[in-house]
Ligand binder design. Structure first.
Ligand code: ZN
Length: 279
């Protein structure tokens, strides 16, 4: 862990430091070797929170984006179960930063425990299986209301560039058709509407995840994937057609929004002007 209690204050490990675990109260010893990431370890027992994973540099880097008092925050359920969240913001959103794979059962138990939770997962290990394709218009735009997109898939070069049907055209033949039931018709290419799409673009794209880590597609709480650049990739559903899509959200926006929004699902749903004077 990054933080232990010393004189009742959460502090980072320092050479020769002794402290106490904020979850179980057991004695912790600072580990500050020249070639290791500085951390605290339990003196006798193995780490007390079974959900806790060994920290990677990536994990630590994410925690460090948040103020110290938001990191490694213990949460107690009504039945007395205690867990230590990677990050809990002042507005009550818990961020779980996940590098290793996870079973459905593990994911579900954490979602049920923390409830107001957002996942940030390390995507670098499956980056080669994850393709991001053409832009989609803002799903709330007028343009988007008439379009049903053909699902992109690796090697489907047409759909990956952007192919769609128009609901208005399908309705001429089948008056009861909806985005969810439309199965075919006159197919269009994105080049007809490229300028309009660009104008209403707000980060949505088609994608394909070959051999996906399925638990993240089934998650109840929002999932953001970190592939190591300035954007996070949020897993999303585009519209009533059920099309799975992704949305690019800048890390800076994410870090800002989790500190001010009070619900995990509201992250990146509102526009905040950048305060002047800040870099
Ligand atoms: Zn402990």
């Amino acid at each position: 862990m990054q933080l232990a209690l010393v004189n009742n204050e959460k502090v980072e490990a320092f050479t020769g430091g002794r402290g106490n675990c904020p979850v179980c109260g057991a004695e912790t010893i600072a580990k500050c070797g020249p070639r290791i990431m500085h951390h605290w370890a339990h003196h006798r027992i193995t780490d007390c929170d079974p959900w806790w994973e060994n920290e990677t540099a990536w994990h630590r880097e994410w925690k460090n984006k948040f103020p110290l008092e938001c990191r490694e925050v213990s949460d107690v359920a009504e039945d007395g179960e205690i867990h230590r969240a990677d990050v809990k913001t002042p507005t009550g959103i818990v961020i779980e930063i996940q590098h290793s794979t996870m079973t459905d059962a593990e994911r579900i138990s954490r979602e049920e425990f923390y409830k107001n939770l957002v996942w940030v997962i390390d995507g670098t290990v499956f980056q080669d299986n994850f393709d991001i394709y053409h832009m989609l218009p803002n799903p709330k735009s007028e343009l988007a209301q008439d379009l049903v997109w053909s699902k992109a898939k690796r090697h489907m070069n047409g759909a990956n560039a952007g192919l769609f049907f128009r609901l208005s055209e399908a309705l001429e033949d089948a008056p009861s058709v909806t985005k969810a039931t439309l199965r075919g018709g006159w197919i269009h290419g994105i080049y007809d509407i490229e300028e309009e799409v660009k104008k209403s673009y707000n980060g949505y794209h088609q994608y394909d995840w070959v051999r996906p880590r399925k638990t993240w597609l089934d998650a109840k709480c929002p999932v953001y994937i970190d592939f190591g650049d300035e954007h996070l990739v949020k897993l999303d559903t585009y519209d009533e057609s059920g099309l799975k899509c992704i949305r690019l959200v800048s890390k800076r926006k994410f870090v800002h929004d989790v500190m001010v929004e009070d619900k995990a699902e509201n992250i990146a749903t509102r526009f905040y002007p950048i305060t002047s004077g800040k870099p």
